[in-house]
Ligand binder design. Structure first.
Ligand code: PMP
Length: 411
C-alpha cells in the first residue's frame, strides 16, 4: 500500500508501541505483502479495510464469521444483552440455554462449559483428560495446532522442556504411529488429541481416514483414556454434531470456539458423563467467561445453523468456489487445486515452491477485490451466495490472467 494510506500511517504508529508491529495470526506478515493490516468494517461476505477498499472475504476473520459479517439476527440479541448489561456478578440465563443447545446438538456431549478462546478450550480438555484418568501422557499429532500456550505453541521461544514433558507425538492419519505412541505412553496414557481434520498450515489438508479415527477410539477405550477432538477451527462448518460425526467416531471431550458465536468471543468444551466429575471438580475460570452477550449470540447462531442446514449449504458454496477456481486457473494454463473440505479449502498451485505462485495470485486477486489466503485454509460463510462466489470467480479469472502474463514462460 502507498505510504500515504491510512493503513501505512497506522502501521508506523503500531511499530512504535506494538512489538513487531502486530501480534499473532492476524499480523500482516501472515498474508502476502501488499495486503492491508487494518480493517474498518464488514458486511455479509465483504470486509472493508481502513482505506475504504472492499473485498469479498474468504478468511471470515480466520474462522469466526460463519453467517456473514454483521448478521442482523445475531447482532439483535447481542445488542439486547448489551443494553441490559453484559458482564455481571454471575452468568445470564444464556449460559444454560447454550449448554442445553450444545448437549442437544452434539451426540457425545452430556455437558458443556463456556470459555473465551480455543487455547482455553483445548487446555481444559487436556486438564480434564488428566483429572479424569489420574494419568499424565497426552498424544498430539506432529505439526498440529492446538493453541498459543506453552504446551501447544508452535514456537519454543519462552517454552521449557518441562511444559512439554508429558506430550508424545504421532503422525495424523497414521494409525500405526498412533498405536506406537500409545504403547510408549503405556499405563500413563491420559488422552489422545486429534484435529477435526489435518489442517496444518502450508501442507495439503487431509480428512481423517476411517482407519485412523477408529484406531484412535479403540486405543482410548482399551487404555481408559480420553479421545479429544479439537474442533476449534472446523466446528459447526462440517457437521453440527461435531466434525468426527463425519467419520462416525465420538470423542469423550471436544473443544470449540471460532464460529460458535459468529465473531463474539466465546469457546466451549463438551464432554461425556465419564468426565463430568472431573469437569465439576477441576478449577476453570476467567474474568469475562460469564458475559451474556456472546452466549446469547451463540444460541442464536446455532439455531440459525440448524435452520439453514448450514454444513450442506457451506459445502455447496465451497464446491462452487472450487469448481470456479480450478476452471479459471485452467483457462490460463495454471494447474491449481484445493485441499480439505469444500467449506474450508486451502489452495495449491502445481510446482509452487514456497507458495510463491499462490502468493502472487492472491495479491492479484486482492487488487481485484477478493481476499484469499495463499497457504492457510480459507473459510466460507452462509453469506457466500452463488452470486457472491460467481463474482469472486470472475475476479479470480482476471487474477489468473495477470499471473499468467507476469510468469516467465516455462517449457
Ligand atoms: N485449535 C485449532 C485447531 C485452532 O485453529 C486454533 C486457532 N487458530 C486454536 C486451537 C486456538 O484457538 P484460539 O486462537 O482461539 O486460542
Amino acid at each position: 500500500a502507498p505510504n500515504t494510506s491510512q493503513d501505512s500511517r497506522l502501521r508506523e504508529r503500531a511499530a512504535r508501541v506494538i512489538p513487531g508491529g502486530m501480534w499473532g495470526h492476524q499480523r500482516a506478515s501472515a498474508v502476502p505483502a501488499g495486503y492491508p493490516q487494518f480493517f474498518a468494517g464488514g458486511d455479509g461476505a465483504t470486509v472493508r479495510d481502513v482505506d475504504g477498499r472492499d473485498y469479498i472475504d474468504f478468511m471470515c476473520s480466520w474462522g469466526p464469521i460463519i453467517l456473514g459479517h454483521r448478521h442482523p439476527e445475531v447482532d439483535a440479541v447481542v445488542r439486547a444483552q448489551m443494553e441490559a448489561g453484559d458482564c455481571l456478578n454471575g452468568p445470564t440465563e444464556h449460559a444454560v440455554r447454550l449448554a442445553e443447545t450444545l448437549v442437544r446438538m452434539i451426540p457425545h456431549a452430556d455437558w458443556a462449559l463456556m470459555q473465551k478462546n480455543g487455547s482455553d478450550a483445548m487446555t481444559t480438555c487436556v486438564t480434564l483428560a488428566r483429572a479424569g484418568t489420574g494419568r499424565r501422557k497426552i498424544l498430539v499429532a506432529s505439526g498440529a495446532y492446538h493453541g498459543a500456550v506453552p504446551w501447544s505453541s508452535p514456537s519454543l521461544l519462552g517454552v521449557t522442556a518441562e511444559d512439554r514433558a508429558h506430550l508424545l507425538h504421532y503422525t495424523y492419519n497414521d494409525a500405526e504411529s498412533l498405536a506406537a505412541a500409545a504403547e510408549a505412553a503405556g499405563g500413563d496414557l491420559a488422552g489422545i488429541i486429534v484435529s477435526a481434520f489435518r489442517h496444518d498450515v502450508g501442507t495439503p489438508q487431509e480428512m481423517p481416514t476411517a482407519a485412523f479415527a477408529t484406531t484412535a477410539r479403540a486405543l482410548c477405550d482399551a487404555a481408559g483414556a480420553a479421545l479429544i477432538v479439537d474442533d476449534v477451527r472446523a466446528g459447526f462448518r462440517l457437521n453440527l454434531g461435531g466434525s468426527w460425526e463425519e467419520v462416525g467416531v465420538r470423542p469423550d471431550l471436544a473443544g470449540y470456539s471460532k464460529a460458535i458465536a459468529n465473531g463474539q468471543p466465546l469457546a466451549a468444551v463438551t464432554g461425556n458423563d465419564r468426565f463430568r466429575p472431573a469437569a465439576a471438580d477441576a478449577f476453570f475460570t476467567g474474568s469475562f467467561w460469564y458475559s451474556g452477550a456472546p452466549m446469547a449470540a451463540a444460541v442464536k447462531v446455532l439455531d440459525i445453523l440448524e435452520r439453514e442446514n448450514a454444513p450442506a449449504r457451506l459445502q455447496a458454496a465451497g464446491a462452487r468456489f472450487a469448481e470456479g477456481f480450478v476452471a479459471a486457473g485452467a483457462r490460463h494454463g495454471l494447474e491449481v487445486s484445493l485441499s480439505g473440505p469444500p467449506a474450508m479449502p486451502e489452495m495449491h498451485f502445481a510446482d509452487d515452491r514456497d507458495h510463491a505462485l499462490a502468493e502472487t495470485f492472491c495479491l492479484e486477486a486482492l487488487r481485484r477485490g477478493v481476499y484469499l489466503h495463499h497457504r492457510h485454509n480459507m473459510f466460507l460463510s452462509l453469506a457466500h451466495s452463488d452470486a457472491v462466489v460467481d463474482r469472486a470467480v470472475d475476479a479470480m479469472d482476471d487474477a489468473f490472467a495477470a499471473l499468467a502474463r507476469s510468469r516467465p514462460t516455462s517449457t
